[in-house]
Ligand binder design. Structure first.
Ligand SMILES: *Cc1c(COP(=O)(O)O)cnc(C)c1O
Length: 428
């Protein structure tokens, strides 16, 4: 059996039919923006390997830090023990995050960080004697991960987990904010959609622990960019009812939208923030849930007294060392200028897709470029074309999109844009 035959026969891939997995590439190397196949074919990773590899693959500063940590201590448990990489990363995160967000819970993936955030919110409300506040509010079109409770706050109809809707606990879904990022804001609450939130809070706040959402950019729920003013207003309204606000910045954190965190577009600080994906620059899995002194203190003073969570590999030293090195890279380089340049180039180079038949919308925010089609896009087509175009794209739903590493050169980015436009053209 060849390696690819074995893979097809025995290995599950994400969101992929086991009987018809489509084209599969055996990758033997990843360096900078490039992926190399076993036969030597090279492709630009326009996905940053699911939005993580912001500095490119196998960055010497990050692999170097990991190698040094590997020699010293790949792992120890975090219960009762601590270590320098966890402390160093903590210092870095507290320095990067707005004042107030400074109580950090490490975990091993984004979905788990969401589970932790939801638990924190419920435990906070319980600590205040509000035992009825066990549900969550969110907006339609969201995506928060694949674990059970995280699934319950993903879009219930068009999201990835509609299949399970009958088995998930009921949450409160608000309409997706209708005013887009670059449209003019309207104070009319029927137009801006905030009347639905007001009504929910007026009638059901006593059942709701928190509002959870992806600030400004909804990622895997449809690559949708909405107006930051919605967040400012929603945050104020939740505050008035002591409904906590949780921002899922797993996809948007660390510069992707043009601000260090997407919440900065709105100037809003949530009660809890979830980080993941680009945290280690795409080198190893790690996530964090960060909250305020107020929330942490309430839980500490409660009858439960402890946050009921503790992953086996919590604060894995190898992952923390990678994250410290990745965040040092971010501080050392002018990522803001890099993202701005990517944004300008994508805006220009994707615009020819606007006129194509079958194209519903073209939009760019930060280092995210999207061609939204009217029909569903088969990822297998993009996967099959990749060796020929030299660009690795994985469309989802109706979206052909890229989230390239910030270090991509203008020539390489032109190849990405060309591959996206040509894919859209091929579909129309
Ligand atoms: C990817 C993602 C998650 C889940 O993270 P995993 O590491 O895949 O578990 C949660 N929320 C958002 C916004 C994401 O993009």
């Amino acid at each position: 059996m060849t390696p690819l035959d074995f893979d097809a026969r025995h290995l599950w891939h994400p969101y992929t039919n086991v009987l018809d997995p489509g084209p599969m590439h055996l990758i033997t190397g990843a360096d900078g923006v490039w992926l190399t196949r076993d036969d030597g074919t090279r492709m630009i990773d326009a996905m940053s390997s699911w939005w993580c590899a912001v500095h490119g693959h196998r960055h010497p500063a990050i692999t170097g830090a990991m190698q040094a940590q590997l020699q010293q201590m790949p792992h120890v448990m975090f219960g009762g023990l601590t270590h320098q990489p966890a402390i160093d990363l903590g210092r870095t995160l507290v320095g990067l995050l707005p004042d107030g967000l400074d109580r950090i819970f490490y975990s091993d993936s984004g979905s788990v960080a969401i589970e932790v955030a939801l638990k924190m919110a419920v435990q906070y409300q319980m600590a205040l004697g509000r035992t009825g506040r066990t549900q969550f509010a969110t907006i339609r079109g969201g995506y928060h991960g694949d674990t059970w409770k995280a699934m319950s706050v993903c879009d219930p109809v068009n999201g990835m987990h509609g299949l399970f809707s009958g088995a998930l606990s009921i949450q409160h879904f608000l309409p997706r904010p209708q005013i887009q990022f670059d449209q003019e804001w309207s104070e009319d609450t029927d137009v801006n959609g905030l009347s639905a939130l007001q009504e929910l809070l007026d009638t059901k706040a006593d059942q709701i622990a928190a509002l959870i959402l992806e600030p400004v950019v909804q990622g895997a729920g449809g690559m949708y960019f909405y107006h930051p003013e919605w967040l400012r207003k929603a945050h104020e309204m939740c505050k008035a009812h002591d409904v906590l606000v949780i921002f899922d910045e797993i996809a948007t954190g660390f510069g992707r939208t043009g601000e260090l965190f997407a919440m900065h577009h709105a100037g809003v600080v949530p009660d809890i923030i979830c980080l993941g994906k680009a945290l280690t620059g795409g080198h190893i899995t790690l996530a964090a849930t960060v909250t305020t002194e107020t929330v942490a203190r309430r839980i500490g003073e409660s009858d439960a007294s402890v946050l009921m969570h503790g992953p086996t590999y919590m604060a894995n030293p190898l992952a923390c060392a990678a994250a410290v090195a990745s965040l040092e890279q971010l501080s050392a380089r002018d990522w803001r200028a890099e993202v701005r340049a990517i944004s300008a180039q994508l805006t220009q180079e994707l615009s020819p897709a606007r006129g194509l038949p079958g194209v519903a919308d073209v939009r760019v925010l930060g280092a995210i470029g999207v061609i939204e089609m009217e029909a569903w896009v088969d990822p297998a087509i993009a996967h099959g074309l990749a060796p020929e175009t030299g660009v690795w794209l994985r469309p989802f739903a109706r979206n052909i999109y890229c989230m390239p590493p910030y270090i991509i050169s203008p020539d390489e980015l032109s190849r990405v844009s060309a591959a996206m436009v040509s894919l859209a053209r091929g579909m129309s």
